[in-house]
Design a protein around this ligand. Structure first.
Ligand SMILES: C[S@@+](CC[C@H](N)C(=O)[O-])C[C@H]1O[C@@H](n2cnc3c(N)ncnc32)[C@H](O)[C@@H]1O
Length: 507
């Protein structure tokens, strides 16, 4: 009998949930309002459906009215109706009056455990300062979520790039990059006197360079390097990602000190077990335990300035603290993008591979938004910069990015197929490009495009000049005037390509 009732309620919800907002609000709700208590209880699913359908397609102008109706349902004698109203309120954009109504229920009606759980969940989402007053009546999870929500609204936290990192001895730093680029990351650090004075390389792994600080440093010092994608501080390694052990690292005094010294505002972090999907239960358990151990550090998936991430490698689990720097301050000049824009650290790697031979004349035949050219210009030793692209819009974007980079150099752009760009044979010292790869934007004949790139480079480069590019195809150069100098397999985010450097021969 009970089962039949549950099935009928489910069936009713399914039907209501697929009605239009108009049908629901103008027909079903008035009929429900006019019904007696027993009929209303049998139609509790309507309250649930109103929340969901309003969230998906309800008119913003009705928000106050719908919320007020739901708030009224909070006072219904039927427990199920009250619970559904609690779940629906956050979906309709609850107001202060709703928070007060929920707190009122908590304080005055001594609700049963199940209803308390729903109340807690609703307050997780909409609770503000008033909820803090009754926080000891709620779960620690709700306490943390409410505190995080208030902190998020009060002060959008910021990572302090210029502050000294405390307790830096024995603090491993991981520079992560796309697989294959670690050689560039390592080489960039080794060739920077400032960075080498501050950091020593411990080891290199696919997609990762591990460092140790030699001296006190700031995040800004790490960000002087451009070839890595993200960096993190290793809080510790564990034999297993047990929630209790991970929470102990998250809440450890050193983590607290790091967050305190390096955050302006409240320390909020997003937690993720990398490569393991959402793992909601695990995240909840770790976050809750960490909050119990250290209530100053708040887990918050939304706009948190920090990420705490667990990586597995070689049978161990590394727990890492990563500043979520978005936009990346190293590439702040990227005002706009093209559809297949380069990954900025890849552009930095390509530019470093081309190097600075002094008085360079550099051309990017497929310049898009201009990242490779900007990264090359930043290295200095450039006399002229040329970019070409089929797309006028891309060239406009490259122009504005160049202006934002403020390098004191004005590039010359040509809107044309790269085969038609005008240069004197033997006049260029570097051809540097991330060509179209046919993945995000289809390219009619990619093999011919790569073959033509070799042929044109052999003609336009001066002896000793180089062609540096990411080759997406296993096509080799056959022109004897170009010789392959180096090649490195890299992960382009789902497929591999070769980063190649070819040198123009003297004769
Ligand atoms: C991979 S994107 C370049 C991305 C660029 N490095 C950036 O950072 O934005 C390739 C570019 O090549 C251009 N393109 C495609 N075929 C071309 C051709 N035959 N000649 C010149 N440009 C071409 C596209 O319009 C696109 O902007």
């Amino acid at each position: 009998m009970k089962k039949d009732k549950i099935n009928a309620a489910k069936e009713l919800y399914k039907q209501l949930r697929h009605l239009s907002w108009n049908e629901l609000w103008s027909e079903k709700v008035p009929a429900y309002n006019a019904a007696d208590a027993v009929t209303r209880a049998s139609q509790a699913a309507l309250v649930r459906a109103v929340g969901v359908v309003f969230f998906e397609s309800g008119p913003a102008g009705l928000r106050t009215e719908v919320t007020a109706w739901l708030r009224q349902q909070l006072r219904d004698p039927d427990e199920k109706i009250r619970r559904y109203a609690m779940a629906a309120l956050p979906k309709t954009g609850a107001e202060q009056a709703d928070e007060e109504a929920l707190i009122g229920l908590l304080e005055n009606s001594n609700p049963p455990e199940r209803e308390k759980k729903y109340l807690s969940r609703a307050l997780d989402k909409i609770g503000g300062k008033a909820t803090l007053e009754v926080i000891d009546k709620l779960s620690s999870q709700t306490a943390m979520k409410v505190k995080a929500g208030i902190a998020r609204e009060d002060s959008p936290a910021e990572i302090l790039l210029e502050s000294l990192v405390p307790e830096f001895t024995e603090l491993p730093i991981h520079l992560r990059c796309r697989r294959g680029l670690e050689v560039f990351v390592r080489n960039e650090l080794e060739s920077s006197p400032q960075a080498s004075a501050l950091f020593s390389i411990h080891s290199t792994h696919p997609g990762l360079v591990k460092l140790y600080p030699r001296a006190a440093f700031r995040f800004r010092d790490i960000l002087s390097l451009r070839c890595f994608a993200t960096f993190s501080l290793v809080l510790g390694t564990l034999p297993a990602a047990e929630p209790e052990a991970v929470a102990a690292l998250v809440a450890a005094p050193r983590t607290r000190d790091l967050l305190h010294a390096l955050t302006h505002g409240t320390s909020r972090y997003r937690l993720e077990w990398i490569g393991q999907g959402h793992r909601r239960g695990w995240v909840r358990e770790v976050a809750q335990r960490a909050f119990e151990l250290c209530p100053k550090i708040l887990n918050d998936a939304r706009h948190a300035p920090w990420a705490i991430e667990v990586y597995s490698a070689a049978g161990r689990f590394s727990v890492e603290l990563r500043p979520r720097l978005s936009p990346d301050p190293r590439f702040a000049y990227r005002r706009r993008d093209v559809p297949a824009a380069s990954h900025p650290p890849l552009a930095a790697c390509l530019a470093r591979l081309a190097g600075n031979s002094g008085h360079d004349l550099v051309w990017d035949p497929f310049c898009g938004s201009g990242l490779e050219l900007i990264e090359r210009a930043r290295l200095g030793g450039v006399t002229r910069i040329f970019g070409s692209d089929l797309s006028a819009e891309a060239l406009e974007i490259a122009r504005s990015n160049f202006a934002a980079a403020d390098l004191g150099i004005s590039p010359t752009f040509q809107k044309c197929d790269f085969r038609e760009a005008r240069f004197e044979p033997g006049s260029l010292s570097q051809i540097l490009t991330n060509p179209p790869m046919g993945r995000r934007v289809p390219i009619p004949n990619l093999p011919d495009l790569i073959r033509d790139l070799f042929a044109i480079s052999a003609r336009l480069l001066r002896p000793g000049g180089c062609l540096v590019f990411a080759n997406p195809l296993p096509i080799k150069n056959t022109n004897p005037m170009l010789r392959l100098h180096s090649s490195q397999r890299i992960d382009m985010g789902g497929f591999d390509c070769m980063v190649e450097c070819h040198i123009k021969q003297k004769r």
